[in-house]
Design a protein around this ligand. Structure first.
Ligand SMILES: [Zn+2]
Ligand SMILES: [Zn+2]
Length: 350
């Protein structure tokens, strides 16, 4: 079978022929129909993230080993299952939960495999979906699809799940004001989810009027262009001078987080999600004096993905597919994402 693999960071992915795996026990082999191209694939390809003061956090120092087949937003058709699998058979259409843990650490024991001490995520620590077939370690990680097409479902496994988990972590009540920073793919799903599951007052901040108009269409009560107006002042004005009860920052850069902290009201929650990176200077006494909480949110749990697929099947949220690529065009797909040419989600159809 064909797979597109990162051999070394910063070098083009190589399409190679590797052995098609044979599922055993609880394993399942999936024929990949759609594999989303995510920003974190770019981080893998570049070999890391921006750290504090111009430093670089290498993915290899976080346990990633190359060569690697990336791709963690995977939907497809069950090709074959191991002898111990019940309730799933070849031909079933499924979305794969990729944030697999070791099953043994305190997080895994309570179902939060996404924040495992020894993560084994597909497409990050194990081979992922930039390939014709994918071996999933257990059929329990497969969510059956009903009306949703594979390519509509794929990005729910990462961007959708991340947005859903962030909205849950913000713990927002209907009477509260929620600020969403960044109206890209993640932010726009976040707006739809916040609208449907919290019914709070939603303020969206971005630099791009087009994205802001889209956010408004999808359920934002107010939009603020931080290029043309001071976002802190705008949020204070929209909240009777009090500030936001929660801020979900889908960018998470020095420039956005420093503003987030200023616009947060007393007892507010800041949920940093994005992986833009950088660092901020924070007056430490302000944390206890204002009783603010900073809650890091990383993807989501398997049960969250079941909820999310149900919401998508009901049409509560919609993912936007903008471009399709063949497996052979994987480098082009990554280049275009890097250059900001992709609005919504690019999908690889192996
Ligand atoms: Zn674990
Ligand atoms: Zn992702």
């Amino acid at each position: 079978m064909k797979a597109a693999r990162i051999i070394k960071p910063k070098e083009p992915l190589i399409i190679t022929d590797i052995q098609k795996p044979e599922p055993k026990g609880m394993q399942a082999l999936i024929k990949v129909i759609a594999s989303g191209v995510c920003h974190s694939d770019l981080h893998l390809w570049e070999g890391g993230y921006a750290g504090a003061a111009g430093s670089f956090i290498r993915v290899e120092d976080r346990g990633v080993k190359f060569p690697l087949t990336p791709g963690h937003e995977i939907a497809g058709i069950v090709e074959k299952v191991g002898e111990d699998v019940n309730g799933l058979r070849s031909g079933d259409r499924v979305l794969v939960y990729p944030w697999i843990g070791d099953g043994l650490c305190p997080a895994c024991r309570v179902g939060s495999e996404n924040i495992c001490d020894n993560p084994r995520s597909l497409g990050v620590y194990q081979n992922g979906g930039y390939a014709e077939y994918l071996l999933v370690p257990s059929a329990k990680y497969l969510v059956k699809l009903d009306k949703l097409k594979e390519e509509e479902a794929a990005s729910l496994a990462c961007s959708g799940l991340t947005a859903y988990s962030a909205v849950k972590n913000a713990n927002i009540k209907p009477s509260e004001a929620l600020v969403i920073v960044g109206a890209g793919g993640l932010g726009l799903i976040g707006v739809q989810l916040a609208r449907s599951i919290t019914n709070s007052k939603i303020i969206v901040i971005d630099l791009d009027d087009k994205k802001l108009m889209e956010a408004k269409k999808l359920g934002a009560d107010y939009i603020v262009n931080s290029k043309s107006e001071d976002p802190v002042k705008a949020v204070k004005e929209l909240t009777n001078g009090l500030g936001a009860d929660a801020v979900i920052d889908f960018v998470n850069a020095s420039s956005t987080v420093s503003k987030d902290l200023e616009m947060l009201r007393k007892r507010g929650r800041l949920v940093p999600v994005g992986l833009f990176g950088g660092s901020i200077e924070l007056p430490l006494v302000s944390i206890p004096l204002r009783a603010i909480k900073i809650i890091g949110s990383y993807t989501g749990r398997l049960d969250d993905l079941f909820d999310l697929v149900t919401l998508a099947e009901r049409g509560v949220i919609k993912t936007i597919i903008s471009k399709r690529f063949l497996l052979d065009e994987v480098n082009k797909a990554l280049e275009e994402l890097k250059e900001g040419k992709i609005v919504g989600r690019a999908i690889i159809n192996p």
